[in-house]
Design a protein around this ligand. Structure first.
Ligand code: DGY
Length: 322
């Protein structure tokens, strides 16, 4: 019987996914979920046929340089691939796939939750109650801002941006967006969305700004100090994409000085480290990268990664080849 391909998974995945991987491949799983150090990752690259990495692995040119002759596919568990040097992989003849679609709705839910948490000051309220500081209902206590009727500006109207737009419509918000170009007419009509070619102009006009574009060299610190300064003082910023798109030090300054009203962040540039000045602020919601964190979503992501592996090993073009 032919040997099964060696598939190395860098993190613990849901049981249903691991069971299927163990049945179909010579799978090296990560039972205790300890992230691989650089030397372990390099060694894994040397002996695998397929690696299933995640956002917590830094797969740069140096690591890719350790790839053995059999390594032909990185089947990323996740949609964002900013942690993988795609050029270095291509140069080494290694294909890369990701897992789009299956986490769209969960991530959009999380972005909407950030909007509600930030605008309605829900994290602050919970902290106050748990801290024993709640003395009872009061007419002027803990007042947030109404999201109904607010203008939401979405940076990056891809799958997740559009799914957030649908939710925002349900909450009575006006949808504005900046993208490489306008979305197709059907989607624009469904969302009654206003396209802004000029990002700076949109930033100055909206009440809530949501980051939904991928991180790339072009979008690194897209929300710079200068751009954050364009926001209105009552505005909120939320980010469920990648931390590196916002200059976190500048955001912390804007939150501290009251130049903007608040923020909600699910992602951070130096994850798991969080910029120290953000940690001390009341007017920012901080979540530990939970965007796609539902059991359903994580099982779907694993099955999607496996579908890519199976198609690739069968000599077909994987559905999510980048
Ligand atoms: C994604 O899929 O990009 C999530 O952020 C987890 O990596």
């Amino acid at each position: 019987m032919a040997e099964k391909p060696k598939l190395i998974v860098t993190r613990k995945l849901p049981d249903a996914v691991e069971a299927q991987m163990a049945a179909n491949f010579d799978a090296e799983l990560n039972g205790d979920d300890t992230p691989l150090g650089r030397s372990e990752l390099a060694a894994a690259f040397g002996r695998a046929d397929v690696i299933v990495p995640t956002v917590s692995d830094v797969i740069d040119a140096e690591i890719i340089g350790h790839a053995g002759p059999n390594l032909k596919l990185l089947a990323n568990f996740g949609v964002g691939v900013n942690h993988i040097d795609l050029d270095a992989a291509r140069a080494k003849g290694i294909a890369v796939t990701n897992t789009p679609d299956v986490l769209t709705e969960d991530t959009a839910d999380l972005a909407m939750a950030l909007i509600l948490m930030a605008a309605r000051r829900l994290g602050e309220g919970e902290r106050m109650l748990r801290g024993g500081g709640w003395t009872g209902w009061a007419p002027t206590q803990h007042l947030g801002r109404r999201v109904n009727g607010a203008k939401l500006g979405i940076i990056g109207m891809g799958r997740i941006g559009a799914a957030l737009g649908r939710r925002a419509r349900g909450f009575g918000m006006g949808v504005h967006y900046h993208n490489r170009g306008p979305v197709e007419a059907g989607l624009a009509a469904e969302l009654a969305a206003t396209y802004w070619d000029d990002l700076d102009a949109m930033i100055g006009a909206v009440d809530i700004l949501s980051v939904n574009c991928p991180l790339s060299p072009e979008t690194h610190h897209l929300l710079s100090a200068e751009r954050l300064a364009l926001l209105q003082p009552h505005a909120f910023v939320v980010n469920a994409s990648r931390g590196g798109i916002i200059d976190e030090a500048a955001l912390a300054d804007a939150l501290k000085s009251g130049a903007i009203a608040g923020a909600g962040l699910d992602v951070f540039e130096g994850e798991p480290a969080v910029h120290a000045s953000l940690l001390g602020l009341e007017n920012v919601v901080l979540l530990p990268h939970l965007g796609s964190a539902t059991l359903d979503g994580r099982i779907d992501m694993g099955m999607r990664a496996m579908a890519n592996v199976e198609a690739f090993l069968a000599g077909e073009t994987p559905p999510d080849l980048l």
